[in-house]
Write a protein that binds this ligand. Structure first.
Ligand SMILES: [Zn+2]
Length: 310
């Protein structure tokens, strides 16, 4: 029987999504749940197993070519484990070992943004593009690169972890990865934007009280035209601009697509602000949000199964 279907999994810091995807990138069936905020690897892998079993109901297993996973990193590819991720309480998720015991299909695991850029290339805006970069701006910030039609993987398969590029030396914020200060993700990711806003207010000597729990509270105030928030978002735009400038210089892409809930839900406060702050050292690429929207990692995970990279 023709193996024309893939099980795709998007393991994010906030959401866990899974789908059955066809070779043409069509999602036949999907399911979503919150990623358990737990230190237990087993609770997370069991949640994934339940999700996949649900999707496989009424599907002829002989049609399944494999399981593709786009996951938060960093990843130990030899063991197929997620290790020391900065956005979940667990130290280690034994992904491949757990799934191998349950499912008879080949399993491909890549960093979520590496998967996403592969999905963009095969199913999205990058079909005709040879030099493509994908950026997610979500709970964290990450990237994936295709250079001269080759997917960039890197020595430990963790290339383009751009959330940990140094983009600032003024605020000196320690990153949640605990490996350095001024990392892009430490300032502009969904998880860290509220913390940066608090520090920004302090540094500016602004005493106005704000009840900010999550990044979305900041954007709600922007909609209400709060002057401080709008000025803060301008500075966020400068820092995002540093990140984009570094990427353009390093990878020379012809197209950058942007995904991730933070960017997709707050486009008008993120994209024009950062575009204003990109250095024009070399020809600027086209920059736009991904047409694959919140499915970009899922479709990328499916692309890993149908168009394998070793
Ligand atoms: Zn970092």
């Amino acid at each position: 029987m023709n193996k024309d279907l893939a099980v795709a999994l998007d393991l994010g810091a906030t959401n866990l999504r899974a789908a059955i995807v066809t070779k043409k990138g069509k999602i036949l069936k999907s399911a979503k749940t919150k990623t358990p905020k737990t230190k237990s690897s087993k609770i997370i892998t069991n949640t994934i197993i339940v999700l996949i079993n649900y999707l496989l109901e009424e599907i002829n297993k002989k049609r399944i070519k494999g399981i593709g996973i786009g996951s938060i990193g960093p990843i130990d590819f030899k063991k197929g484990e997620i290790i020391n991720t900065s956005n979940l309480p667990t130290k280690k998720i034994k992904l491949k070992e757990s799934l191998k015991n349950y499912f008879p299909f080949p399993i491909k695991i890549f960093n979520d943004c590496t998967a996403a850029v592969w999905g963009e290339k095969h199913f999205g805006a990058g079909k005709k593009v040879q030099n493509l970069f994908y950026i997610t701006m979500s709970s964290g910030i990450g990237g994936g690169a295709i250079v001269n039609n080759h997917l960039l993987i890197g020595h430990t398969r963790n290339a383009a972890e751009i959330g940990h590029l140094i983009v600032d030396t003024k605020y000196n914020i320690m990153c949640s990865c605990k490996k350095g200060r001024g990392h892009w993700e430490a300032m502009c990711s969904g998880n860290n934007l509220p913390k940066f806003f608090k520090l920004w207010l302090e540094r500016k000597g602004i005493n106005k009280k704000y009840e900010i729990q999550q990044a979305k509270d900041i954007f709600m105030l922007a909609d209400k035209k709060d002057k401080n928030v709008l000025n803060f978002l301008k500075e966020v735009g400068q820092i995002n601009g540093h990140g984009f400038s570094n990427i353009i210089i390093a990878y020379n892409p012809e197209l950058i697509t942007i995904g991730g809930a933070l960017a997709l839900n707050n486009k008008k406060y993120i994209i024009p602000y950062l575009k204003k702050n990109i250095d024009h050292f070399i020809k600027l690429p086209e920059i736009k949000t991904t047409p694959l929207k919140e499915d970009v990692v899922l479709l990328g995970a499916a692309a890993l199964v149908f168009y394998p990279i070793n």
